[in-house]
Design a binder for this molecule. Structure first.
Ligand code: FRU
Length: 495
């Protein structure tokens, strides 16, 4: 039976792979960020690692290229960069949509969903959504996520509320039990529950309101994150998503309460860009360092971006650690190393000083670039990407204000007024030994920028015209130096 399911699933995966050949060449299609072959996608769901395979489930509309009929799509990868899309994992049924949630590997079969000693079930914990009720439900798989059954005892956690969603479960070794972080969106609270079998849940505590209350809270994730440079030492980090941005809290979890370190009183953001939301992590990686993936889009205009037959991609997977800057704990994010395997031949760009603009020989909107900028006190300057027809995307540093920013005001944005109104994003940033170090990934319609050693990140979507492929350094004041420049065109992960 299992064999025939496997063959059938590989047949479908093969079919999707064949479609990918034709599909993954469209305008704006990211070549090294995951996107579904067809149709709408939002949040990453059920990030779980089993037997060398990373599973990525995602909010998906199997019937169309806008939000609706929410179900869980499914893709797998060995390196988090090359993905194979598999058939739909969890489908909307009887008017109940499958909203966001997590998946765990139930090693000890605490749920009794496996009836064979040598099979460890994967268990999905998701929000069963109707117009009047959100409650938490289970589904399980005994064939490594190829096929799923919804639990007959669903829902397993029901407060009879309209808004109560996005359960994120992990194994808490110290008390040998499962812990769930789940959102009470309207209250700006994350509730923590515990369970021995994933089926019965007991309230532990509530966290919040705190920090950014600009939108309802969604998609929590509580995880243990290594402290940079202190092997074996960790802090606990809580993610929430609200209103198209995210925030994180750093503190301690004692098995009952999550307590934020007092020093952290300002709002901390995983990403300062326009398009990063609902990020959650792989908790059970082999080296115990969580890896996050976020949705690269923005609810303000997500349904209207000019891509077809798919909509939305996932961010690059980011390895997480924390470090202390002054009295403050901050999150450090670095894209996974496997990305380096996609680099084509390194192209040399010489050190240079620019007081107006320098058009580089490099053209094309799929590359990775590292460089240092030595800003000048009286200048705003930086890099322009996707340059052409008077259009460009700007990454700039304003030395007088000690601000790094992105600005897409000069890009093609005719498709949506809301998109056009969200152009500029900033973050405070001081130079380090007089320099700003930038690590930029451009992937057709996605730009990710890592700076300040991974403590400041921007993710943004951009939709340049066909001939808008240029690259420039610029300064609007006195001379800015650009040095230590590394540039690689990138191979596609799909072909
Ligand atoms: C976040 C979210 C979740 C919800 C899902 C529905 O983007 O609103 O709270 O479960 O999307 O698709």
């Amino acid at each position: 039976m299992y064999k025939s399911i496997l063959i059938l699933s590989l047949f479908f995966a093969g079919k999707i792979a064949a479609q990918q050949q034709a599909l993954y060449k469209e305008t704006y299609r990211p070549q090294y960020h995951f996107s579904p072959s067809k149709n709408w996608m939002n949040d990453p769901n059920g990030l779980v690692f089993k037997n060398g395979t990373y599973h990525l489930f995602f909010q998906h509309n199997p019937f169309g290229n806008v939000w609706g009929h929410m179900s869980w799509g499914h893709a797998i990868s060995k390196d988090l960069i090359h993905w194979t899309e598999l058939p739909l994992a969890l489908a909307e049924e009887n008017g109940i949509m499958i909203f966001s949630g997590s998946a765990v590997l139930d090693k000890a079969n605490t749920s009794h969903f496996s009836n064979s000693k040598d099979k460890q079930p994967l268990v999905a914990i998701y929000t069963a959504h109707t117009d009047t009720l959100q409650a938490q439900s289970l589904a399980f798989s005994n064939d490594d996520g190829l096929t799923w059954k919804k639990f007959e005892g669903n829902p397993v956690l029901d407060l009879n509320k309209k808004d109560f969603r996005d359960p994120n479960v992990f194994w808490y070794q110290a008390k040998r039990q499962w812990v769930m972080a789940v959102s009470q969106p309207l209250e700006h609270q994350i509730s923590f529950y515990a369970s021995n079998n994933l089926k019965q849940w007991k309230l532990l505590s509530n966290f919040g309101p705190s920090g950014d209350l600009s939108g309802v809270w969604e998609c929590p994730d509580l995880m243990q994150v290594p402290i940079e440079g202190q092997p074996g030492k960790t802090k606990w980090v809580l993610f929430t998503s609200q209103n198209s941005t995210m925030q994180y809290f750093v503190g301690e979890f004692d098995g009952t309460n999550f307590l934020v370190d007092k020093a952290n009183s300002t709002i901390h953001k995983q990403d300062y860009g326009t398009d990063y939301y609902a990020a959650v992590t792989y908790h059970n990686t082999t080296d115990k360092q969580p890896i996050s993936i976020g949705w690269v889009n923005n609810w303000e205009y997500a349904n209207t971006i000019p891509t077809a037959p798919w909509k939305s991609a996932m961010s690059l997977p980011r390895k997480l650690s924390v470090k202390k800057i002054g009295h403050d704990w901050v999150l450090v994010q670095q894209p996974v190393l496997a990305l380096e395997n996609l680099r084509l031949i390194k192209e040399n760009i010489s050190n240079t000083t620019v007081s107006k603009e320098l058009i580089l020989a490099q053209k094309g909107n799929s590359f990775e670039m590292e460089l240092n900028m030595i800003p000048s006190k009286n200048a705003i300057g930086g890099i322009k990407l996707a340059v052409g027809n008077g259009h460009y995307f700007e990454i700039g540093y304003d030395a007088a204000r000690e601000i790094i920013f992105i600005d897409r005001a000069k890009t093609n944005q005719s498709f949506n007024a809301k998109y056009a109104s969200i152009n500029r994003k900033e973050a405070s940033l001081k130079t380090k030994q007089g320099k700003i170090k930038l690590h930029i990934y451009f992937d057709e319609s996605i730009i990710e920028i890592y700076t300040a050693d991974g403590t400041v990140v921007f993710t943004a979507q951009v939709f340049p015209g066909k001939s808008e492929t240029g690259l420039e350094f610029y300064s609007n004041g006195s001379a800015i130096q650009f040095e230590n420049i590394h540039y690689w065109k990138m191979k596609s992960s799909w072909f």
